[in-house]
Write a protein of this length. Structure first.
Length: 293
């Protein structure tokens, strides 16, 4: 090892799927001493050839470094992998996709095992790892002191965003943003379905759709401000009454194009319910409250 390598904090990484492998290569490129482990040992061979130390067991990987990063299939895999492993004094950073409740429970579990815990929600795909200009990042929540201690190491593969002491907040931010993404994809799917049988080139249509979605996405700032103030009628441009009045046109167009309305009808129903509750002069913000149980 070079002097530069030995000066950098070591990392142990458990889990070498596509994301785990991308993380591993980023740390290796930055000359961090890296120990890796994967349940399917063959996946570690290439990283071993690239300079990583390959541990034969999860316990062996954990013992090698003070900082232990987990990038496994699910929360159950985390429990199974670390069952019986000595975690005393270790700093666990869990990048496994979980629910907020699972993250909070895992933080308490780690504390009982003598470890410190930080949860992470990855907002990136593997090709974005190690590419700063790609714009990916990881949400982190839990101990701020622990986050600050390892901030530089964690920022090597991808950017970092700390979102609070509550260990569940990283997972909550992750799922909230991804839920919005799937809602956007649902709208885009409906739009493409409407033109699917026409002589309209979807490739030519795509920039129009992307630009429109980008422009409309700015509306989230107004929604956030209204939710915070509680005034859903402030600075409304297109009120709910007007928008509900227009929904039959969208449904009739879908019918005429032979397209199922199943992706948009539920949202229209929420709009109608909010209107009937007296929200006609509001914008669409009140729909948020209808989703709360």
């Amino acid at each position: 090892m070079t002097k530069n390598t030995t000066e950098k904090p070591p990392v142990s990484l458990l889990g070498l799927g596509a994301m785990g492998t991308a993380l591993a290569r980023a740390w290796l490129t930055a000359a961090h001493p890296l120990t890796v482990w994967n349940r399917t040992a063959a996946r570690a061979e290439a990283l071993g050839a690239e300079g990583a130390k390959v541990a034969g067991t999860a316990a062996g990987a954990v013992a090698t470094s003070g900082l232990v990063v987990l990038c496994l299939l699910d929360d159950e895999s985390v429990g199974a992998t670390l069952d019986g492993v000595d975690l005393t004094g270790k700093d666990l950073v869990d990048l496994t996709t979980t629910t907020p409740a699972q993250a909070r429970a895992r933080a308490a579990w780690a504390e009982r095992r003598g470890a410190r815990y930080l949860d992470g929600g990855i907002m990136a795909v593997p090709p974005m790892i190690g590419v700063p200009e790609a714009g990916g990042y990881v949400f982190y929540s839990g101990s701020r002191e622990l986050f600050e201690r390892h901030r530089e190491v964690l920022a090597v593969p991808v950017g970092t965003k700390y979102v609070g002491e509550d260990a569940g907040f990283a997972a909550l931010h992750d799922v909230a943003l991804l839920s919005a993404m799937y809602g956007m994809f649902a709208g885009a799917a409906h739009a493409f379905a409407l033109i699917r049988r026409e002589e309209i080139d979807p490739v030519a249509f795509a920039p129009l759709l992307a630009d429109w979605l980008g422009a409309m996405a700015q509306g989230v700032h107004g929604t956030a401000a209204r939710l915070k103030s509680g005034d859903y009628g402030k600075d409304v441009v297109s009120n709910l009454a007007m928008q509900v009045a227009g929904t039959p046109t969208f449904l009739a167009t879908a019918e005429g194009q032979g397209v199922s309305p199943e992706l948009i009808r539920p949202y229209f129903e929420l709009m109608r319910r909010r209107l009937e509750a007296g929200g006609g002069e509001e914008d669409l913000t009140g729909v948020v409250d209808l989703l709360l149980r």
